[in-house]
Structure formats: structure tokens, C-alpha cells
Write a protein that binds this ligand. Sequence first.
Ligand code: COA
Length: 328
Amino acid sequence: MNTRTVIAGTGSYLPEKVLTNFDLEKMIDTSADWILSRTGIRERHLASPEEATSDLATKAGRAALDMAGVDPADLDLIIVATLTPDHYFPSTAGFVQRNLGAGKAAAFDLEAACTGFIYALTVGDLFIKTGTYQKVLVIGAEVLSKFLDWEDRDTCILFGDGAGAAVLVPGDDSERGIISTHLHSDGSMAELLYVPAGVSRMPISKEAIDQKLNTLKMRGHEVFKVAVTRLSEVVDEVMEANGLGEEDIDFLVPHQANLRIIQATARKLKLPMEKVIVTVDIHGNTSAASVPLALDAAVRSKRINKGDMVLLEAFGGGLTWGAALVRW
Ligand code: COA
């Protein structure tokens, strides 16, 4: 039986508050032009003090359920990919379940940093393929702004808050749906991109806070180089695994971290930029939310349509990276 998992609906949510590069110029030693030329980012959205990750996730999830025509009460499973949960425990997915009124759904979080949505999509796909569940809501959601050092120009210019979601259901033919997923990780480089303190390795303390060890640290230049290499490898892997050439790909939906990384992957695939979905300019790097945010924008603007071959990819902390090939 070759029924594939179909993405029946997508949704996204960006918080109201917008922080532009010009706003950042007034806060730290940087320039709007530097940020735009090095990253492709023009602005990012910031959650309000009252907004937590589950609030963003719920809004994105609801939009995806509406598009799919799925009643939250019928959901079997909710997976939230996030590195910025509401609490250490219980899971952010549990709050989303409560907010949506998805009474019968199992719910758990998944942490694979910026690759989180690709990992969650893979897990959801397997639950559907095995026949265990019929309706799965997969969400990538982050409130990174509350984990940033707003005096560190190396990191604070890059990230933003947001959420994106997809509803997964069994397809009714063997053509449309998720064709293959590919996941990788390399823990040997974990400290290139991480938050040092706050949990069991280094519980929160006055010293940790004084040294801002509870905020995101990144060796950006090294991360950049590894990202370009690993993303090139994983797109090759997808093409080989499915016997495809670059002419077979209609759209690339990349992790929205840095326009230069996106362009490098597109070049590797010999894809013109018209076939690449870019939204990094309006929301910056939203980690696990970035791929579903870009996907939802492309679906709602009708750039991606039924039958299109869509390649999703992401790279992030862990280090982790991965890709998914979907016939829309
Ligand atoms: N404004 C102005 N100048 C800045 C700056 C800022 N916000 N941040 C760094 N600089 C300076 C540096 O101090 C350095 O100055 P120097 O040459 O005098 O030492 C110069 O700009 C170049 O720094 P470098 O780090 O080499 O720049 P870069 O071209 O690698 O770009 C990043 C920096 C962070 C944009 C880039 O490395 C990047 O995008 N990395 C990957 C980030 C990422 O995507 N992470 C998440 C993966 S999921």
C-alpha cells in the first residue's frame, strides 16, 4: 500500500510588533545596510511580553486546520517543534492542545533547533504511513527574542519570532504527498550554536545571568560554512534517492536563516531564484518556524500549486540538518 501522507493545510502567524534594521541601528553598533547585505533580513517580528510560544503555535495551527477543513476535536496528534518552549515542562504541545480543544490528540514537543519542522514532519509522516493516526498537526514555533542577548550584534540581528504549521492526513492516491524525508545530525559541533545555561548542564544562577549565559551563543562564520556544505549534501541525497534532476524541482522551500546560504543551495541545485521561496527578509531566522512560514506564504499566494514538486530543507543547532520532498 503506497498511500502517501498529504499536507492538507498550512498556516502561520507572526506577532504584531515589527523590529526593523533601522530600529536595530539605534540599539547596537550596526547598520541597516550591513544587516541586509550580509543576511537578506529587513525586519523581524517580536512576541509581546505576554505572548509565549504556544500562543503563536496555536494561531498557526488554527489557520492550518481551517485550510485543511479539519476539526481540532478530530486531531490524533500534535507535534510542536521548538527550542523556545513555554516551560521546561510540560510540553508546549500540551498548551496548544488545550488552546485548540483537541481533546483526543496525543501531544509532544520535538527539539531539533532550526531543523525541527523537518524532523516533526518526518515523525508525523511515519505515524500516518503506519496507519497509527489519521490527522496530525505539525507546528514549528519560536519566541527566540526572549533568549537573545540584545547587546550582541553577532546574534540579535538574525533572529525573530513566529510560527508555522501543517496538517497531515493520509492521501487518497500514491502520487501526491511526502515522497521522502532525510534527517542528519552531528553532535560534535553542538557548541557552535547553543544556549549554555538554564537547564541541567548549568542551572540558572545569578552568575549565569550576569554573564548572559542564558542567551543564544553562536559562532556565526563557522555555522555558515557548515550549513552551506551540509545543505548541499542533503539536497544531493534527495535527488539521488529519488532519481531526480534539478529540472524536476518546481520549488525549493529553504530554511530562512540567511539569503546567502539560500542562494548557495539554489546554485548547487542550479535552480533560478524564481523557484526559491524567500521570506527571510520579513521575519529573519525563526528557527523551527521558518520552513512552515515560507511554505504557508507560498501556498496562500498560490505560487505552490497542486502537482508541484517541492523540496524543503533546513539546518540548525545540534547540529542538525534535513530535507523533505513533497509532491504538492
Ligand atoms: N553589524 C555590523 N558589523 C558586524 C555585525 C553587525 N551586526 N556583526 C558582525 N559584524 C562585523 C564583524 O565584527 C566583522 O568585523 P571585522 O571584519 O572587523 O572583524 C565583520 O562584520 C565580518 O564578520 P563575519 O562574522 O565574518 O561576517 P559574516 O559574513 O560571516 O556574516 C553572519 C555574519 C552572522 C551574518 C553570518 O556568519 C551568518 O549568517 N552565519 C550563519 C548564521 C545562521 O544562519 N545561523 C543559524 C543557522 S540555523
